[in-house]
Design a protein around this ligand. Structure first.
Ligand code: MN
Length: 490
């Protein structure tokens, strides 16, 4: 691995770019790390080089790639941040400083976990590129974990699984997310990993062979019906996500329909629907498993048509239909449309709204444990997607209720919520919602406020906070009334 590989990667996309900053950063890093070795015995420079290559593949701007090369210089070498700033200017120096800050953790245990998360979110809100460098850094560290003592291996793998992977997932960086999880899984739960490997290998090959036949037939039909396609290919579910799904299905692999799915990439949205129609004509769809994430995309931006069908011989197969742009976005998330020439912080993306919301929360909740509960509930828990009667998508944690939905829309709607309809039927306020439900809230304008009992079943932090705040306020007013009300003679 060398700087030439990084330059080649950049030039394969844009041959006219002036890449001298990358060359200079490499020369600087090589000089700074001279004589240093990784635990594996390799020259240290291999690590920043691999980090920068990952970044080049993400097509981040050249300053970020340069910062990837320099990221360990201030910590481990005679050169300081000041030297980097003098040589490369403030933007690159700030990126390196940001990465360094993420690595310095004071606490242990839960405190450390929360501190780590807080730092990640603050960095993300300030400059997303810092977190991307950290991802690339972590990916290479994971790939070279073998060289570390067991205790350290476990810590790095656990931290990746608990912090880095969920964040990558939330940023819809599908490719990175899968890599981070699968490598960590292997180190953290070696026995389970081996069990799954054995369980899957045979079945997966079988299924892949079967899908090849389906693929040929689908390609033939698409051509015959003049629907141009860019690719039809099988995609294997990554191991850790398969593992999690298996745990929720009594470890029964026959209950997993998307072990290998067939992915069809077409030119435009119209063709997506044409393709779906064609395939449903060919294969009978399973009830309730057609998902139109194109018309109603997931809030993090994911788009595709999903359906599960009975193929020949009754074999069940999941089909995913999308355009090339949707495909890029699903694999590379927020970095999908970036290019090497963009400067400064990346444009604030609609998909980063949750980061800003979270930071507001973290200021409001100084207590670490409470903050952690918020995260567990609102960020890392599985999400469901439900709809307003007008068809707007609302994302909520699993097991949310109509009350959570109401508070998500507006505080007043929550406070005055009287009854609800779920899918056109009257439903109790504690009903657990499912993805795809349409919820309609009916208010009573005269209602004094939320019921304390709601606290027993609401799931979101917003709802809990609002209910508590309102209850406190009412209690306060009642007390005040009690004190100031003129006594009436009996
Ligand atoms: Mn590093």
């Amino acid at each position: 691995m060398s700087v030439a590989q990084i330059i080649r990667e950049i030039e394969s996309v844009d041959p006219h770019l002036d890449t001298s900053v990358v060359d200079r950063a490499y020369a600087f890093a090589e000089r700074a790390h001279q004589g240093q070795k990784r635990s594996s015995g390799e020259p240290y420079i291999t690590h920043p080089t691999a980090t920068a290559l990952t970044l080049a593949k993400m097509r981040v701007d050249l300053n970020t790639i340069a910062a990837g090369l320099l990221h360990d210089v201030p910590d481990d070498t005679p050169y300081s941040l000041k030297d980097i700033e003098t040589e490369f200017g403030p933007d690159i120096a700030n990126l390196v400083r940001g990465v360094g800050k993420l690595g310095k953790l004071k606490f242990r245990g839960v405190e450390r976990y929360v501190e780590n998360l807080r730092k990640m979110f603050i960095a993300m809100a300030r400059d997303m590129r810092v977190v991307l460098i950290k991802f690339a850094d972590r990916l290479h560290n994971l790939k070279t974990l073998d060289a570390l003592p067991e205790e350290k291996r476990e810590r790095v793998a656990r931290e990746t699984l608990e912090i880095y992977a969920p964040i990558a997932h939330r940023l819809q960086m599908g490719d990175l997310h899968a890599k981070l999880e699968d490598i960590s899984f292997q180190y953290l739960y070696p026995t389970e990993y081996q069990w799954l490997q054995n369980l899957v290998s045979h079945r997966r090959t079988e299924k892949e062979r079967y899908l090849e036949k389906v693929q040929k037939r689908v390609e033939r039909e698409l051509t015959r019906n003049q629907i141009p396609y860019l690719s039809v290919h099988g995609r294997a579910k990554h191991l850790y996500s398969l593992y999690r799904k298996l745990l929720s299905r009594d470890r029964d692999i026959t209950k997993i329909y998307d072990l290998v799915a067939l992915r069809i990439i077409v030119k435009n949205v119209q063709d997506c629907y044409a393709c779906l129609g064609l395939l449903h004509n060919l294969y009978r769809p399973l009830k309730g498993r057609i998902k139109d994430y194109i018309a109603q995309q997931k809030p993090n931006g994911y788009q595709s048509l999903h359906t599960t069908v009975f193929c020949d011989d009754g074999e069940i197969v999941e089909l995913q239909i999308r355009t090339e742009a949707m495909h890029q976005e699903a694999e590379f998330g927020i970095t999908a449309h970036w290019n090497y020439e963009e400067r400064g912080t990346m444009p604030t993306d609609k998909r980063l709204r949750w980061v800003r919301d979270l930071l507001k929360f973290q200021r409001a909740i100084p207590d670490n444990r409470q903050f952690l509960d918020t995260l567990r509930l609102d960020i890392f828990q599985n999400r469901i997607f439900v709809f307003t009667p007008k068809g707007d998508v609302i994302e909520l944690p699993e097991e949310s209720t109509p009350i959570d939905f109401a508070y998500h829309i507006h505080t007043e709607i929550g406070n005055k919520c009287n009854w609800a309809k779920v899918n056109d039927e009257i439903a109790p306020l504690e009903t657990k919602l499912h993805s795809g439900d349409v919820i309609e809230i009916f208010m009573d304008r005269n209602r004094k406020g939320p019921s304390v009992d709601w606290l027993k079943f609401v799931k979101t932090t917003t709802a809990k906070q609002k209910i508590k705040a309102h209850t406190k306020q009412r209690l306060f007013e009642r007390l005040k009334n009690l004190v100031t009300r003129p006594t009436v003679a009996a």
